[in-house]
Each structure stands twice: as C-alpha cells, then as structure tokens.
Design a protein around this ligand. Structure first.
Ligand code: NAD
Ligand code: DAU
Length: 351
C-alpha cells in the first residue's frame, strides 16, 4: 500500500461518499474509516465497498484521546481527512454541549495524535479539516463568502466548527503541522439523514405528511450535490497548498420555499400524483432560533487554482436524489422507524 489515510466520520452522509471515492479511485491507498456510529453514522451507506481489500472500519469516538492515539500508533496514517462532527444546527440549539465535545475536543485530539506521530517527519503528511460556510455567519441579500470573509458564527454548531478551524490553523502556525481546510455550502444527495431539509421533505411528501418550513421560507442556501463535494475533497487533499483554505459551493442559491416547491413538482411526477398534490403539504412553522438568512459561496479560488467545478445542474441532482430515496426505501425505513420518531415529535410536535 502506498499510503494510509484516516477518514473520520466516514459512515455519515458526506463521509461515506468520500470513503467510496477514495476506496475505488485509489486501490493503492489503505482507507481507514474512523466513526463512532452516532445516530447519524450508518454502515449501510458503505455496503457496496465494505469488503474491498483497501478498506477498514474502526468504531471509535474522537473525543477519547487514548483511543485516538492508539489508532494513530497502530496504523501510522500519512493523511487524515476529518469529517466527523455533530452536524445538525437544530440539534445544536437543543443540546449544544455534544457539539463542543465532538467538534472541538475531537478535532484537538486528532491534531495532537497527528503531531505526535508526524513530529519527526512531516514530509508528505496532510491533515485535511472539512468545515462549513456557516463559520462566516449570515449574508444580507448581496455578496458572497470568500476565503477572506471574517468569521462570525451564529449557532452553537457553527461556533464549534469555527473554533475547530481556528485550532487547525493554530497547529499549522505554531507546530508547522501540514494542514488544509475547506468550507463548503449545503450538500444534498443520496444517504442524507432525514433531519435535514431536503430528505425530510422527501420522506414527508412520500407519506403525505406536512412539510415544515421555518418562518416564511425566505432563507437562502447554496446547494451542492454531495458527490461534487467529494470530488472537491479529492482535488484539495491531493493538490491543495499547505496552510490554505478553499471555499466550495454550488453557485446555486435557492430560497427554501422555492426549493421545496420545485421538489414537490418532481415528487408529483415521480409518484404519479396530480400537479399540486405535494405542494398542498407545505406548512409554515415557527422559525429556527437565530436562523441565518443567507449563505452563498464564492469558489473562484478552488476553480481557478485547482480546476474543480460542479458536475451537475441542480434540477438533475434533485431528480437523482429523489430517485435514490424512492429506490432505497429500506434504507429510509430503517432510519425513520428508530429514535427518529422521538426526535421528530420533540422537534415538530407530531409523528
Ligand atoms: P453527518 O452528521 O451525516 O455525519 C457525521 C458522522 O460523524 C457520522 O457518521 C457520525 O457517526 C460521526 N461522528 C459524530 N460524532 C463522532 C465522534 N465523536 N467520533 C467519531 N465519529 C463521530 O454529517 P455530514 O453532513 O456528512 O457532515 C460531515 C462533515 O462535513 C462535518 O464536519 C460537517 O460540519 C461538514 N459539512 C457538512 C455540510 C452539509 O451540508 N451536510 C456542508 C459543509 C460542511
Ligand atoms: O451550509 C452548510 C451547512 O448546511 C452544514 O454545515 C450543516 O452541517 C448542514 O446541516 C446544513 O445546515 P442548514 O441548517 O442550512 O441545513 P438544514 O437542512 O437543516 O436546513 C436548510 C434550510 O431549511 C435552513 O434555512 C433551515 C430550513 N429548514 C430546515 C428544516 C430541517 C426548514 O425550513 N424546515 C426544516 O424542517
């Protein structure tokens, strides 16, 4: 094997696509997926590649420094692609503490472990921290987030991610740890946990349940197909410059209400329903506390310097996503039949 790469959070939504891409594209790499398997981690996401000879899974909590140090000593990775995190803004509002442990302490544990085994030889080593555009805060109606935008996180989730970004940069500055960071906009696509807007709406539309839209649905997000994010991660991991930050976005802004109306039209067609059937489920509910108005990313640096660009138009990606959820009924059923029911009731007041 040419290289050993740790991918943390590889059983989650984005992580599973990154693991699949690396396992299949780089047969000479040994890919080790380190994941605690929280409610969001699901090994079903990796069924198709779990028996590949260059893939290994280690169930571990990144908050446990001893466990993490032992894994680094055992495998001596050349690179780390760090995705493990608590990722849902609403959960960070109801239970912020978990976000501090995983997103901040967990990141520091990984940085310390990498420092320890790499200290004698930093040659060809790389710690790649995957972050979010939410660290930049909220935009008004104009403008885009660039890599120079000042950090201004507004939720416990984004504050914890911002904190981890600062720590990664501090380890680069102070200890010369070779790091790279990317900050991405909203992802969508297969394997997305149905607590997030698009898969939650798909599941509710399928079951003729109300689609909860926070406030007036005027908040704007910039949506990127998850496989395009995984492709960007591949390019940045291999060709990004040490110590640099790259923004990743879809150049694809939608208000929540327009996005959901478009999704409803797609679902009506796929489910052979009369036009307007799914849209009749749209229900405006109490707004998220501190709800960021608008995110939009300027990915010029990544596109110009590293030659990446999104491969899919949104309409095509949305249709592929709906097809995936309608085909993978079992995957969805397994998730929504467990603790999800309790979560949904606490969050939205009914099942
Ligand atoms: P996810 O919630 O789907 O998956 C997170 C994964 O991390 C799960 O497999 C979970 O089991 C694992 N995990 C959580 N806590 C852990 C711990 N203490 N130890 C080990 N593993 C743990 O998240 P996602 O949407 O795939 O996001 C992945 C990363 O990308 C996160 O760092 C997130 O901040 C970032 N990000 C996400 C988006 C998005 O739109 N989803 C956009 C930009 C950046
Ligand atoms: O921008 C990147 C971020 O995108 C990632 O860092 C986060 O991990 C990821 O969860 C996502 O955060 P958002 O809060 O933007 O995603 P979410 O799907 O939760 O919400 C998208 C928008 O839809 C947001 O404006 C809130 C709104 N919404 C969400 C839900 C779950 C609703 O109106 N109703 C809902 O039921």
């Amino acid at each position: 094997m040419k290289k050993t790469i740790f991918i943390t959070g590889g059983a989650g939504f984005i992580g599973s696509h990154v693991v699949r891409l690396f396992v299949t594209k780089y047969p000479t790499y040994r890919i080790i997926n380190i994941d605690k398997l929280t409610y969001a981690g699901n090994l079903e996401n990796l069924k198709d590649i779990e028996n590949e000879s260059n893939y290994l899974f280690e169930k571990a909590d990144i908050v446990d420094a001893n466990v993490i140090n032992n894994l680094f000593a055992k495998y001596k990775p050349d690179g780390v692609i760090h995705l493990a995190a608590e990722s849902h803004v609403d959960r960070s509002i109801s239970n912020p503490t978990e976000f501090i442990y995983t997103n901040i302490v967990g990141t520091v544990n990984l940085l310390n472990a990498a420092r320890l085994i790499w200290e004698d030889n930093l040659q060809d080593k790389r710690f790649y921290h995957i972050s979010t555009d939410e660290v930049y805060g909220s935009l008004g109606n104009e403008g885009l987030f660039t890599e120079e935008t000042a950090y201004d996180p507004k939720s416990p989730y984004s504050a914890a991610k911002a904190s981890s970004d600062h720590l990664v940069r501090a380890y680069n500055h102070t200890f010369k740890l070779p790091v790279v960071i990317s900050n991405c906009s909203n992802n969508y696509g297969p394997n997305h946990f149905p607590e997030k807007l698009i898969p939650l709406a798909i599941n509710n539309i399928k079951n003729m349940k109300p689609i909860p839209i926070y406030g007036k649905g005027e908040n704007v997000r910039d949506w990127l197909y998850v496989i395009d994010h995984a492709r960007a991660i591949d390019v940045i991991f291999h060709n990004g410059r040490d110590g640099e930050t790259y923004n990743i976005g879809g150049n694809n802004e939608w208000t929540n209400i327009d996005l959901i109306k478009t999704l409803c039209d797609v679902m009506d067609k796929k489910l052979d329903r009369a036009p307007g059937t799914s849209a009749s489920l749209i229900t405006f509910v109490k707004d998220r506390a501190g709800h960021d108005l608008r995110y939009a990313i300027d990915s010029t640096k990544l596109m110009t310097n590293l030659g990446w660009k999104p491969s899919l138009q949104f309409e095509e990606g949305l249709e592929k996503t709906v097809d995936w959820y309608l085909t993978n009924e079992e995957w969805l059923k397994n998730i929504v039949s467990g603790n999800y029911q309790e979560y949904y009731k606490d969050m939205y007041g009914s099942r």
